[in-house]
Write a protein that binds this ligand. Sequence first.
Ligand SMILES: Cc1ncc(COP(=O)(O)O)c(C=O)c1O
Length: 308
Amino acid sequence: MKAASGSALPTKPCCTLNSVYLNGAFLPIEDACIPVTDRGFLFGDGVYEVIPAYGGRLFRLPHHLQRLQNSLDGIRLENPLNENQWREIFNELLQRNQAQAEPNNDQSVYLQVTRGVAAKRDHAFPDPVKPTVYATSNPMTEPDSKLLERGLAAITLEDIRWQYCNIKSITLLPNVLLRQQAVDADAAEAILVRNNLVIEGSASNIFIVHKGEILTPPNGNYMLPGITRDLVLELAAQHGIPCHETDISKEQLCSADEIWLTSSTREIVPVTVLDGQLVNDGRPGAVWKNMSRHYRDYKNAVREGKAE
Ligand SMILES: Cc1ncc(COP(=O)(O)O)c(C=O)c1O
């Protein structure tokens, strides 16, 4: 069945000449180097965030910084910067990389903090060293309208990850393997199931629509508390769309009227083929269309400086 697109996710153009921030300095990406003894490189010992910016304005920054703080607390690493310092770095990057993001100046900021460079390779924490702080920004394109008309294909897979999925850890090997399994099956995302309960995608949160109601699994340590997910919940409440956080079984997923995936870079995308079967009539549903419109309006309000 080929009704939906498989691996053709909206991708961001790759820029090699953008400015990055590394440990206190702004520099061209090709000049940014870290020692091979960095614990991020050796152990994946660090956390990250991805923050969209529309028209040069950061989207839901306080929410992202709060989740960063929670992730740092989760790995027992002190936050190296305060909110204003983070904001200044991101705004400087957005300005420096603006020319590559014309005409809309939509970019996504990536930041990563690792436990730093230690003299000896030892799993246990080193004597206090400075964390490595890295950030960059890249152009972000609008979700592909043809792809949104068709929807995506997804497959279900057993969740093989650990028990702290609420930490946005740079240790992403299970997610990498799961996503590749989806791509190998000509699908765009793997929807993860643990003990017959639907959890999230390999890099996205999940919503289903059942009899006009939106359902999404409740936050917990097995999933990332998505910023886009929170906004969808807020928008549903604001616009009087019935919406509940509740456990979703694999059977409920398979018989859902609509399935959506959410993330900061993909926004809200409909899944129209699941495990090779059409979801409902195989076309993005009416509830998704309505929510996408509310999401787009919110984004435009951020662009105009009327919301964050
Ligand atoms: C595992 C996982 N779940 C959910 C999300 C969605 O989170 P957000 O909406 O904050 O981008 C992501 C985003 O990368 C993710 O990696």
